[in-house]
Design a protein around this ligand. Structure first.
Ligand SMILES: [Zn+2]
Length: 462
C-alpha cells in the first residue's frame, strides 16, 4: 500500500486531507450498506416488505459485493482505498500522521486479520446475497413489461408462423410445435408435490395424455380427493393448470390441498385437478401440442383431450358439486405471444386489450352469483390488489359488473367453469407480472379465492 510518489491528479485537489476523510467516510458507509442490506433483505423477504424487492436497491447491493469479491480475488484493495491513500500523500500525511476520522474509520474497515479470512468472508457473503436474489427476487417487472411489449409489437406485425390472413395448415401447426421447448418439469414441480399429499388424500390417475409421438412423452394426469368420500356431502371442485403456463393456478390448487382443504372435509368432499395441462405447464404454453386451447374445449366433443379426460373423470364422481373454482392467470405473454398466435392460427387480425394489473374474477353469465363473487374478492383483497377497470370500464374487453368482476358464458364457450352444474362457479385471474405481486402472493391469492368462495357457499347453504 505504500506508494512512493504522489499522483498528478491528487496534487490538484483542494483540501486533500479533508477530501481523504470524505472518501473514507463514503467508503465506510458503503461497507455499512453492504453489510446491513443483507439481513434487511432476508428479514424483509420473510416479512414480505415491498421495498426490499426494489430492483435498484438489490442491484446496487449485488454489484458492490461482486466488485468486492473480484478485487479481493485479484489481490487488490478497493479503488476507494487507493484514492484515499493518494489524497493523504498529497496532504503530506504518513501512516503515522493521519486524522482522527481516518483512525477510527480505519478500525471499522480494516480489521487486522489474515487475507484468506477476508477472502472467505467476502465469498460467503456474496453467495448469501446471491441466495437472496434467488429466494426473494427483485421486481424487474417494469423492464420485463417494456421488453415484452416491444416483443409483442414485433409479433403483432406478423406472427412468425403461417401466412397472414390464412388459417394455419398442418405444416404451420408443426412449425409452431417445433418452436416449443420444455422449460420446467411436471414431475419435479407438480407430481412430487402431489405425492406429498398421499398421506392425507386419495391421489388417483384419471388418464394419460398420449403425446409420445408428438412431443416424445406421455403425460399421466392426477386428481386429488377426500379420502372418506361421503355422498351425502356436497363437493368442492378446484381446477388448476387448465392453462398450463398459469403457474399460480397449479400451485394454488396444490397449496389449498396442503394448507386448507383438510379443514373443510367435515362439510364437503374435496376434489382437485391440480394440473389439467401438464405439457402446457412444462412448455409454458396456453395451448396443448395440437395448438388447441383446453379452456375452450369443455364441450361435448372436447377438442382438447385435457378437457375431455377431466370431464370424463368428473362424470364418474358421485354427489352434487356445490362450488367449482377454476384457477387462472392473466399474463403479459397473453398479449406478447398467445393472442397474436391465436390470430395467426385463425388467420385473423389480432387486437390486444390492456392486461389488467391485479386480480379479477370471471363469473359465469349463465349462473350469476354476485354475492359469492364479492366474497371471493373480499378474501383475495387481503392478499393482493384487485384490478381496476380500464378507461372503457372494461377488463380484457368485457364490461365490469362489479369492481374486479366480469362475466363470460361458461358452457357456451367451452370454458372449464362450465365443467359442473354447481350453483357457485368462478374463474380466478391472477396477474403474476404485476410490479406489486410476488409469485408467492399469487399462489396465496388463489388459495384465498378458494377459501373465500367455499366459506360463502357453505354459509349460504346452511
Ligand atoms: Zn387461463
Amino acid at each position: 500500500m505504500n506508494k512512493q510518489y504522489i499522483p498528478e491528479w491528487a496534487t490538484h485537489i483542494p483540501y486533500p486531507s479533508l477530501m481523504a476523510d470524505i472518501v473514507m467516510i463514503l467508503h465506510a458507509l458503503i461497507v455499512l450498506f453492504v453489510i446491513v442490506a443483507l439481513p434487511l433483505t432476508i428479514i424483509g423477504g420473510i416479512q414480505r416488505w415491498r421495498w426490499i424487492r426494489n430492483t435498484w436497491f438489490r442491484l446496487t447491493h449485488l454489484v458492490i459485493i461482486l466488485v468486492v469479491v473480484i478485487q479481493a480475488l485479484s489481490g487488490r484493495y478497493c479503488p476507494l482505498t487507493y484514492v484515499e491513500q493518494d489524497l493523504r500523500l498529497a496532504a503530506g500525511q504518513t501512516s503515522y500522521d493521519t486524522s482522527f476520522v481516518d483512525q477510527w474509520v480505519s478500525r471499522l474497515i480494516y480489521f487486522d486479520l489474515p487475507a484468506w479470512v477476508f477472502m472467505l468472508t467476502y465469498v460467503l457473503f456474496c453467495l448469501a446475497v446471491m441466495y437472496t436474489w434467488w429466494r426473494w427476487p427483485p421486481r424487474v417487472v417494469g423492464y420485463r413489461r417494456k421488453f415484452e411489449s416491444r416483443l409483442y409489437m414485433k409479433h403483432n406485425e406478423t406472427y412468425p408462423i403461417g401466412t397472414p390472413g390464412k388459417p394455419w395448415d398442418e405444416a404451420d401447426l408443426n412449425a409452431w410445435l417445433t418452436r416449443q421447448r420444455v422449460r420446467r418439469s411436471y414431475e419435479k414441480d407438480v407430481l412430487s408435490a402431489i405425492d406429498g399429499l398421499r398421506d392425507d388424500f386419495t391421489v388417483e390417475t384419471y388418464g394419460t395424455l398420449p403425446y409420445a409421438s408428438l412431443v416424445g412423452r406421455d403425460y399421466p394426469l392426477y386428481l386429488v380427493k377426500s379420502r372418506k368420500w361421503d355422498v351425502n356431502k356436497p363437493i368442492l371442485v378446484v381446477t388448476g393448470g387448465v392453462h398450463g403456463y398459469e403457474t399460480s393456478g397449479v400451485h394454488g390448487a396444490i397449496r389449498f390441498l396442503q394448507t386448507k382443504a383438510k379443514a373443510y372435509e367435515s362439510s364437503v368432499n374435496v376434489l382437485v385437478f391440480p394440473c389439467i395441462s401438464p405439457w402446457g405447464y412444462e412448455t409454458i404454453n396456453r395451448w396443448n401440442p395440437l395448438a388447441v386451447d383446453p379452456n375452450r374445449s369443455f364441450l361435448p366433443e372436447a377438442p382438447a383431450q385435457e378437457a375431455g379426460l377431466a370431464m370424463a373423470a368428473l362424470a364418474k364422481i358421485e354427489g352434487d358439486v356445490l362450488m367449482h373454482i377454476d384457477l387462472h392467470e392473466t399474463t403479459d405473454t397473453d398479449n406478447s405471444e398467445f393472442r397474436p398466435a391465436l390470430a395467426a392460427r385463425e388467420g385473423t387480425v389480432n387486437t390486444n386489450w390492456n392486461i389488467p394489473d391485479g386480480f379479477y374474477l370471471v363469473g359465469d353469465s349463465e349462473r350469476p352469483t354476485l354475492d359469492f363473487q364479492k366474497a371471493i374478492l373480499k378474501s383475495v383483497r387481503k392478499v393482493t390488489h384487485i384490478a381496476e377497470a380500464d378507461e372503457r370500464n372494461e377488463l380484457i374487453g368485457a364490461p365490469i359488473d362489479y369492481p374486479g368482476l366480469i362475466h363470460y358464458a361458461g358452457k357456451r364457450h367451452g370454458l372449464c367453469m362450465g365443467l359442473t352444474d354447481a350453483p357457485y362457479v368462478s374463474t380466478t385471474e391472477v396477474y403474476p407480472d404485476s410490479a406489486q405481486a410476488t409469485p408467492e402472493e399469487c399462489v396465496e391469492a388463489q388459495v384465498a379465492a378458494v377459501v373465500g368462495g367455499i366459506d360463502f357457499a357453505l354459509n349460504a347453504r346452511s
